[in-house]
Design a protein around this ligand. Structure first.
Ligand SMILES: *[C@@H]1O[C@H](CO)[C@@H](O)[C@H](O)[C@H]1NC(C)=O
Ligand SMILES: *[C@@H]1O[C@H](CO)[C@@H](O)[C@H](O)[C@H]1NC(C)=O
Ligand SMILES: *[C@@H]1O[C@H](CO)[C@@H](O)[C@H](O)[C@H]1NC(C)=O
Ligand SMILES: *[C@@H]1O[C@H](CO)[C@@H](O)[C@H](O)[C@H]1NC(C)=O
Length: 314
């Protein structure tokens, strides 16, 4: 009970105490100037049968050697308690939150751990330690976050879920069946992407043979089906995936008929034949001419012989 003109002030009414640590209750009191203080004492209050019962700390065995009066008889009534038993403040005092509430890829995110304790906190994401409490969000950062007081990691806050929203990434095209395509075969091209929310709008484009050719829209939906693939279907296929946040495209996937390879062999074969047919006579002629030149002189003698041989007949 405090009489008129008497006043007691606690500097930090919400104290933060960790199990095993010491805590100081900073306390000041005031009283009329003409009075003087003879004695001070700290009590522990307890409600027993609706009656508030006070017991001097010095009379409580559990406080033996654990409390220390730091005050004086002037205005200071501070008390230090050692070897705190309760972790009440920690358990109720940790509150994790993520800002902003709705996170998009690229946003700057801040993890906030509200606690009555002015002590360093650590963060966990899905049970793994997180090094930074502010970062630029990426798709991979989605998960459950919780915080704890450093050194007291076993007592964690309730987890807070961070969902990261992002437009399609890693858009890719997958072809059903084996890679070899013959005319008339059926196949599916499936468009895959990572997106949050999942992509729900797909558009297919084809670029005919040449890379600079125009993009032609050839379908929509996650799967592009061909019941009978034909030569006119060959080209480079591109898929565009879209969700509410944006869109992205796959790289081109070449689709060509198996015959295309045989055609190449035929072209090569024809070319080789033309070369052989064109050059072989030239080589033969050249070889023949060369042979003629080399045998020119002996042939002259030979013709002389002939001449001599036939001469007498005239
Ligand atoms: C996109 O692909 C890369 C490389 O394969 C991978 O590391 C990343 O996790 C993927 N992104 C998503 C959101 O799946
Ligand atoms: C498209 O996806 C790639 C990864 O597959 C990513 O690097 C790029 O930023 C995305 N583009 C857009 C506009 O989202
Ligand atoms: C293509 O997909 C459809 C269903 O979308 C399926 O019935 C068909 O068997 C698939 N064809 C191939 C070649 O995988
Ligand atoms: C898909 O997106 C295109 C625009 O790229 C739009 O014209 C079309 O209506 C969308 N389709 C659906 C089913 O939402």
């Amino acid at each position: 009970t405090v009489a008129t003109g008497h006043n007691i002030t606690f500097e930090s009414p919400d104290l933060c105490a960790l199990r095993g640590s010491s805590v100081q209750f900073r306390c000041l009191y005031s009283y009329p100037e003409q009075e003087s203080v003879k004695e001070t004492a700290w009590f522990k209050g307890e409600l027993i049968n609706d009656i508030w019962k006070r017991t001097r700390l010095s009379e409580l065995p559990s406080f033996q050697d654990r409390f220390e009066y730091r005050g004086d008889l002037q205005h200071n009534c501070s008390l230090v308690l050692h070897s705190i038993h309760s972790v009440y403040l920690i358990v109720t005092g940790l509150n994790a939150s993520v800002h902003p509430k709705r996170v998009r890829a690229g946003d700057h995110v801040t993890l906030e751990c509200k606690t009555k304790c002015q002590l360093p906190v650590v963060w966990f994401k899905d049970g793994q330690t997180v090094t930074k409490s502010t970062f630029q969000a990426q798709a991979e950062d989605a998960g459950k976050y919780s915080c704890a007081i450093e050194g007291h990691e076993s007592v964690q806050s309730d987890p807070v879920v961070m969902n990261v929203w992002y437009s399609p990434l890693n858009v890719s095209v997958e072809q059903s069946g084996s890679g070899l395509l013959s005319a008339g075969s059926s196949l599916n091209l499936t468009c895959d992407s990572a997106a949050n929310p999942a992509a729900d709008n797909y558009t297919w484009y084809r670029r005919s043979a040449s890379d600079s050719g125009p993009l032609i829209q050839v379908g929509s939906g996650q799967v592009l089906s061909f019941s009978s693939f034909s030569a006119s279907d060959t080209g480079s296929y591109i898929c565009r995936a879209r969700n509410s946040l944006g869109e992205n495209v796959s790289s081109g996937v070449q689709m060509k008929l198996e015959e295309a390879n045989y055609n190449l062999f035929i072209v090569l074969g024809l070319g080789l034949t033309v070369i052989i047919l064109f050059f072989l006579p030239l080589i033969i002629i050249w070889a023949w001419r060369r042979r003629q030149c080399n045998s020119a002189a002996p042939e002259e003698n030979h013709s002389h012989d002939y001449e001599n041989f036939f001469y007498p007949k005239h």
